[in-house]
Design a protein around this ligand. Sequence first.
Ligand code: NAD
Length: 281
Amino acid sequence: MALAKLLEGKIVADRIKDKLKASVLSLKQAPVLASILVGDDPSAMAYVKSQAKIATSLGITYNLHQLAESISEDELIDFVLKLNADVSVNGIIVQIPLPQDINYMKVCEFILPNKDVEGMHPTNIGKVLFGRVRIVACTANAVMELLSFTGIDLYGKEVVVVGHSEIVGKPLALLLLEKFATVTVCHIGTSKAGKLEEHVRRAEILIVAVGKAGLIKGDWIKEGAIVIDVGINRVGDKIVGDVEFATAAKRASWITPVPGGVGPLTVAILMRNLIEAAQAQ
Ligand code: NAD
């Protein structure tokens, strides 16, 4: 079989960004994104840098608030409350990882739902459950955009999601159900029960968000499947996903490269959420 087509996030992200530039111009003021970074984790710092660059290119004001690693959860929540009260701030994002004694989901509960551009406030997560998909977790939404780009009709398709985190797997499963896909969500329990391979082999669409290089063997991929690899793993000096790319690409119809698949799109969707929040405010 021919090699799979590459599902590159940049192409989809560029289309979204072109539309966003026009939306920013139609706003009375440049929208403001407040980004909270606790400490100096290198991966978070790199992510912040790329967010700032993209924001600036779109005419968005990106205000980085770098806070000391020693900050307590209560102090961080107070900081969020101040940003909530600041009418010049349209959106708030809390970068992860946070120090171990700070609970990310708890902090997110204090962000005003209409400034929660990552879709992590319980109100926004709850709206996804009811199919009211306004502000949705960026990575899950990025996966939906990539699927839409392939032109596939999700109705009745066998979709297997590996990973059930709050930021990716769970919201994604809800978005897929909204499109009437048949969704199986696998996780560590599935692997421990020795059943991961049998689920993956059935998948017409496979989405993996675990963070373990080589977890999904290339020869498990169903012929013609669409494979979206969300995982980011550093192996030596390389970044790889969770799926064995070379062998999977011989069986899939579409596959995301890592890096270059989901990642570039996630930031574009964050900016889209911000602009939609600013418009709604
Ligand atoms: P997480 O640690 O919160 O969740 C990991 C999930 O994987 C859990 O559901 C867990 O049960 C499951 N899991 C762990 N070991 C497993 C195994 N052996 N078999 C099956 N399932 C297993 O992770 P997360 O925050 O959702 O991130 C997952 C990956 O996606 C990471 O590599 C992260 O860097 C990446 N990520 C990428 C983007 C992007 O924009 N590209 C965004 C978010 C996360």
